[in-house]
Ligand binder design. Sequence first.
Ligand code: CMC
Length: 392
Amino acid sequence: TGAITLDPGYKNTGSCESAITFLDGEKGILRYRGYSIEELAEKADFLEVAYLLIFGELPTETQLQKFNTDILDQSIVNEDMKTVLKGFPESAHPMGVLSSLTSALTAFNPKSVNVDSEEDMYKAIVKILAKFPVLAAWTLRKKNNQNLYNKDTNIGYVESLLKMMFQEDNKKNYKLNKTVVNALDKLLILHADHEQNCSTSTVRIVGSSHAGLFASISAGVSALWGPLHGGANQAVIEMLEEIKADGGDTSKFIAKAKDKDDPFRLMGFGHRVYKNFDPRAKIIKKAADEVLGQLGVEDPILEIAKGLEKAALEDQYFIDRKLYPNVDFYSGIIYRAMGIPTEMFTVMFAVGRLPGWIAQWREMRLRKEPIGRPRQVYIGETHRKFKDIANR
Ligand code: CMC
């Protein structure tokens, strides 16, 4: 067996070989299957990017159409799932609800668990791509105590997500806003994959026991929820709100973030891999200005965010540790301008990350990777003699 190398947080451990996403943290490069994130965010749509990530190539017109039709064919969510949803209290966080509902899908689709052939794998993939946005929208409807809708199969993937979320109960039509659709499409693309991050590693490790795609995705949702990972997008807005309520002075919060006795961290700042800038944050910052301008939204917290970014980037603590704004720093400001409630931000991230989770899970299964099972360095007691309860 030999000596075990200790690497807490897997900072220097490659857990797999992968051909999906390339990331250069020093140069701030992110590519899906060789295509730069800047170009994809500009020219592709979310479903095309999902296809690219999962199957390795940009789809032809015919491939994309078939993919879309296969997804639409699976988009109805079993009525009994509504009973599951009904049991949750209104106060439930949408991420907890989403993870539970995704897990419940396994019960309603037992055949999707055993996926030993590529064909069965494909069926499970289109199923989850179809039903996950419905479940995501339902978590919001539940909060708002509104009717639950299935997908509108006549409109696009992103459009139908928005409609399922915001369609008013007493109105037939939902007017889609092009700026909102385009902005959401771009945000979802920017979140679609990011190699072996916490939730993706979770999906791969759960999947490595052959637990099935839906169970693996449900675990991924739970991992994403944490504020050090996807939950940061909610935490950023809450932090900016706090700064605003406090009078807008950012220096106090910078000082708190630097104080090692204070658990407070500057949310939306820092990254395990990016040490110069996060290319996604650059695109999102620009998009935030554009989208708020186009929607005519004036949000005072955008100015606070910009001020906070500037102050942090000029501060020696952040310079020394190479801490820059990450993808989550400005994304919440755009979600907010679209009318998406703060508690739903991480759900939007999950919808965006879904194709990445699927692609990584599929790659792992196709490569017949062994079960994920790290070792440890034991630091506990050595051999002890059992003591009777009377003598302890
Ligand atoms: N505010 C203040 N100090 C920080 C921050 C921050 N946001 N991030 C890192 N540091 C400090 C940290 O205290 C440590 O200092 P020292 O060397 O003096 O002990 C140093 O920088 C290195 O940090 P680390 O915690 O060892 O780095 P990590 O790679 O383990 O953690 C991180 C990366 C993203 C979890 C962390 O930067 C963080 O907590 N950021 C805030 C939460 C956040 O925005 N998360 C979203 C990440 S990007 C999207 C996603 O993953 O979903």
